[in-house]
Design a protein around this ligand. Structure first.
Ligand code: CA2
Length: 145
């Protein structure tokens, strides 16, 4: 069954609980539900969150075997992690990078993302709708194949 990996990095488990002015009021569970609702019959979503860089690297390796595409919000690891970039570079399918906030409107240290060097698209500032936009794009790419 074609599966989309929805990966979230550090602190995104707190979504909907703190800083609603920046990240909105939806929880990660809400995001998963909204993304799952977009899937055609026969598709699956594997939604995962970790505060640990190595765990995210391991999930990207797992995705190499099984995933039709990856939607990833690496959180703060976007700005630091060459390990996640290297793992994504070993994945052959489409990669959508999502940031809930507009990282370019925030502190300078958020303006650069290592992951963007691999991502096929970068979505920033659409709020949690960015995840849905990313899933829609992945599905349209897969259907064009
Ligand atoms: O805008 C985004 O999605 C970010 O990837 C979120 C990261 C931040 O470090 C990036 O620069 C931009 C932080 C995620 C923290 O999420 C929280 C959510 C609610 C409450 C506290 C933290």
């Amino acid at each position: 069954m074609p599966t989309i990996y929805l990966l979230n990095g550090p602190n995104l488990n707190l979504l909907g609980q703190r800083q609603p002015d920046i990240y909105g009021r939806e929880t990660l569970a809400d995001v998963e539900t909204a993304c799952r609702a977009l899937l055609p019959d026969g598709w699956d979503l594997r939604a995962l969150q970790s505060n640990w860089e190595g765990q995210i690297v391991d999930w990207i390796h797992e995705a190499r075997e099984t995933a039709a595409g990856i939607v990833i919000n690496p959180g703060a690891l976007s700005h630091t992690s060459i390990a996640i970039l290297d793992a994504l570079n070993a994945f052959d399918g489409p990669v959508m990078e999502v940031h809930i906030s507009n990282i370019h409107k925030r502190e300078a240290f958020r303006h650069h993302s290592y992951v963007s060097a691999r991502a096929d698209a970068v979505i920033a500032g659409l709020g949690t709708y960015g995840y849905e936009a990313a899933v829609r794009r992945l599905l349209s790419l897969a259907r064009a194949d």
